[in-house]
Design a protein around this ligand. Structure first.
Ligand code: FAD
Length: 274
């Protein structure tokens, strides 16, 4: 069976905490290999990420990996966090550059994720399994697609064990990216990031910001459903399940679901795959 993993974000209110608990409890029955918890650039969720990871480990029995982004932070802050993650028993880290909120000051001591991977390996050896980000449709700030691919390779050369991709709805972009990476000598697993579709308006807005393309035919079909939430959900789950089938059939080594702390959209996809 293809290994799966789930991504959550750190809740900040009691209501959000209850929502995470509900989603985590339901998704735990799917036996994920691990789960991960995002990290807000600029320090806004610094403590929440560690707290959430600890909760996901202790309360839900997951192997939970904190995301750690280096932008805006200094080496000492990063070292402190790594120490904390070691102390609470984390075995994996998702190492990222992150994005500074617009207009927010200094980029910090480390400019790119490759430097963060280097720091973790230099100071913690093989204590953590390190996942990094990859962009089958190219990172929005990259000079060009090939430069982005080389920068991805630099993270692997610095010691990353595996990659999780930005989400996409075009399987060919993923297969091409993996082929190109292999040609450059990158051998680590490249796990597709899967974004189930629940709120299509929100997804479109978010996709523009992170450079993920929603194919025109999906947008057109979604628009035709209008306010029919059930039709949107069913069609979204069919589309994403088809994508997952293609990816797995084509050799994807796992599926990493962006859950947005909701169980239902991810479950709808997994049910179709069963
Ligand atoms: P990098 O790999 O450092 O690349 C960033 C950009 O710089 C790319 O355009 C790259 O081509 C370019 N670049 C890299 N090295 C060089 C170089 N030497 N010279 C010139 N250009 C270079 N964000 C968060 O804030 N919190 C999260 O928890 C989070 N989780 C994520 C999880 C996944 C799986 C993914 C795919 C993304 C996540 N992000 C998260 C978003 C991510 O932080 C942003 O996409 C960010 O803009 C880039 O991070 P990165 O680690 O890919 O950066």
């Amino acid at each position: 069976m293809t290994p799966i993993s789930f991504e959550f974000y750190p809740p900040k209110t009691d209501e959000q905490r209850a929502q995470l608990d509900r989603a985590a409890a339901r998704l735990a029955t799917r036996s994920p290999e691990y789960v991960s918890c995002t990290f807000g650039a600029g320090g806004s969720t610094l403590s929440y990420t560690a707290e959430t990871v600890r909760h996901l480990n202790q309360h839900h029995g997951f192997d939970a990996a904190p995301h750690l982004s280096c932008v805006g932070g200094n080496r000492e802050e990063i070292r402190e966090l790594l120490k904390l993650y070691r102390a609470i028993g984390c075995r994996r880290i998702v190492a990222l550059r992150g994005d500074l909120p617009s207009g927010m000051g200094h980029p910090g001591d480390l400019r790119y994720a490759a430097e963060l991977v280097e720091l973790i390996r230099a100071e913690h050896g093989d204590r953590f399994r390190i996942e990094v980000a990859a962009y089958p449709e190219t990172h929005p700030q990259a000079e060009d697609a090939l430069a982005d691919l080389r920068h991805f390779k630099a993270k692997v050369d610095a010691g990353a064990d595996a990659a999780i991709t930005q989400y996409f709805y075009n399987a060919d972009a993923y297969f091409r990216f993996v082929d190109d990476a292999r040609r450059l000598g990158v051998e680590v697993p490249i796990v597709p990031g899967i974004m189930p579709i629940s709120n299509f308006t929100q997804l479109r807005r978010f996709s523009e910001a992170c450079g993920a393309e929603i194919p025109r035919w999906i947008t057109k079909r979604m628009q035709a459903f209008g306010d029919d939430a059930v039709a949107v959900r069913e069609f979204g789950a069919d589309v994403v399940a088809d994508l997952c089938r293609q990816l797995v059939a084509g050799g994807a080594p796992g599926l990493h679901f962006y859950t947005l702390n909701l169980a239902r959209p991810t479950e709808a996809v997994l049910q179709r795959l069963a």
